[in-house]
Design a binder for this molecule. Structure first.
Ligand code: NAI
Length: 456
């Protein structure tokens, strides 16, 4: 069949773009090989948050005595938590399916491959069937990166080593878990298993956890988890995996850890193989599809959005990139801005960030003013975080007074960071923000507090 647009991939970039394009009147085919909703809905954002919510409830009661809450015989049924996670995923995947249907998107469950181009458009094959798309959107996502560490592939095949996918559906709670990579996935899963009583060791190559996040906040997050019994082995290079043993080198010494399960979370790579991109000459850079700020590839009428372009592997970036692609397909000028993409690590407390950090501002030679406050300046934070040591940072441009960035280690940080993202995206100044009324009492009021502490 012939379509105005063929979308390869039904994850956040693909399904959202398909909906928007169909809503605007285009005939759209969306091809998905696994499950609609992609990694985010099936084995990423949503399933982890259902698990983490159970852990948060359990933790809250288990450590509730400081709030006057005590309970006896408190339990967490890991199997039940996983069953609920499956239910939530099913519901949301069903939601995506029915929305696509309601918008008139044709969905084919199968593996799509680009075969070439003719006068009518691009030829995409699914099984034996061929379809033609006048325009193409590549939104095939990413897969867990597997580095060439001896024994890792065998460990994955045998099930000792798991990725973000399998760890979400373990039948049993592991007694011991070793996490390779202290980035977002590693920290969120470590947080869940630490809460439910698993002994967790994180082995991280760098001298800090949390990647490019503000170093002061990630170090504080680490301390929070160390108090909860989690262990961090930083600056450690994993050299081998021998069944359920992780061998690593630390300061020239070879050491090892034994675990029931080993989580591999050292990053993801664009799922660009097998798509037939070479058949139409799409330009690639280290496995990722090269796109411009309008989500165009080097091939006319071919766009790419989401993890496949390797720019910012986040579902919310993918949504927006998909929309930018569709707007440009529809002839409406739209541009992707990566400066105001918020990022969140959903640990407890959460670590949220948007815009410049001190490190990036210094690197760019920006003359900035920093307002750093303990989260305790927020009454609501104090009410809900007995003994909490959260920190908030606001960066503004010294001269123009434009808000450059915000970082927070706090409960609800994932919710209030969008306020800061608005200020960064809209380039609002300290004076602009002063007139914004924040509901009281909220943890996010800390932004207002910091704004009023900026130099006149
Ligand atoms: P990541 O890039 O966040 O972290 C990987 C970590 O592994 C880094 O700290 C790196 O230094 C370390 N590492 C790399 N090679 C190593 C080795 N051989 N030994 C030890 N450590 C090593 O990647 P992660 O956590 O796998 O997440 C993948 C993607 O998924 C990210 O792009 C992330 O943005 C996205 N994601 C986002 C979430 C969110 O927004 N809350 C949640 C989960 C994933």
């Amino acid at each position: 069949m012939k379509f105005d647009l063929i979308v390869l991939g039904g994850g956040p970039a693909g399904y959202n773009a398909s909906e928007k394009a169909a809503h605007a009147g285009l005939s759209v085919l969306c091809i998905e090989k696994n499950s609609l909703g992609g990694v985010c809905l099936n084995e990423g954002c949503i399933p982890t948050k259902t698990l983490l919510y159970s852990a948060k409830l359990y933790d809250g009661v288990a450590h509730g005595d400081k709030y006057g809450v005590t309970a006896e015989n408190l339990t967490l049924d890991h199997k039940k938590v996983v069953a609920r996670k499956n239910k939530v995923v099913k519901l949301l995947v069903g939601g995506v399916k029915s929305t696509l249907k309601a918008k008139g998107v044709t969905v084919i469950m199968g593996e799509g491959k680009i075969m070439g181009k003719n006068d009518e458009g691009f030829i995409v094959k699914v099984g034996e069937e061929e379809h033609i798309g006048a325009k193409l959107l590549i939104a095939a996502g990413s897969v867990a990166a597997v580095p060439p560490i001896p024994g890792l592939k065998e460990g994955l095949a045998a099930g000792y080593v798991v990725t973000n996918r399998e760890i979400l559906s373990l039948d049993e709670k592991p007694e011991k878990l070793v996490v390779i990579g202290g980035g977002v996935i590693g920290l969120e899963m470590a947080s869940y298993f630490n809460s439910i009583g698993t002994e967790v060791n994180i082995v991280e190559m760098l001298d800090h956890i949390g990647g490019a996040n503000d170093a002061e906040l990630t170090s504080l997050l680490q301390k929070n988890y160390e108090r909860k019994g989690m262990k961090f082995i930083l600056g450690a290079k994993v050299t081998e995996v021998k069944e359920n043993e992780v061998v690593y080198e630390l300061n020239g010494e070879i050491k090892s850890l034994v675990a029931d399960k080993i989580l591999l979370s050292i990053g993801r790579r664009a799922a660009s193989q097998e798509l037939g991109l070479e058949n139409i000459g799409v330009e690639m850079n280290r496995g990722a599809v090269v796109t411009d700020e309008k989500m165009r590839t080097n091939v006319e009428n071919v766009y790419a959005a989401g993890d496949i372009n390797g720019k910012s592997m986040l579902a919310h970036t993918a949504y927006r990139e998909g929309e930018v692609a569709v707007n440009n397909i529809l002839g409406k000028d739209d541009t992707m801005n990566y400066n105001a993409v918020p990022s969140v690590i959903y640990t407890n407390p959460e670590l949220a960030s948007v815009g410049e950090t001190e490190a990036t501002a210094k690197e760019k030679g920006i003359d900035y003013e920093l307002v750093k406050l303990p989260m305790r300046y927020s009454g609501r934070y104090l009410a809900e975080n007995e003994g909490g040591d959260g920190v908030f940072k606001l960066l503004v441009d010294k001269k123009s007074k434009v808000v450059l960035g915000v970082q927070a280690l706090s409960n609800y940080a994932s919710e209030f960071i969008v306020t800061a993202a608005t200020f960064v995206e809209k380039k609002m100044t300290v004076e602009d923000v002063k007139t914004v009324i924040f509901p009281h009492p909220t943890v996010g009021e800390i932004i207002r507090e910091a704004i009023f502490q900026c130099e006149e």
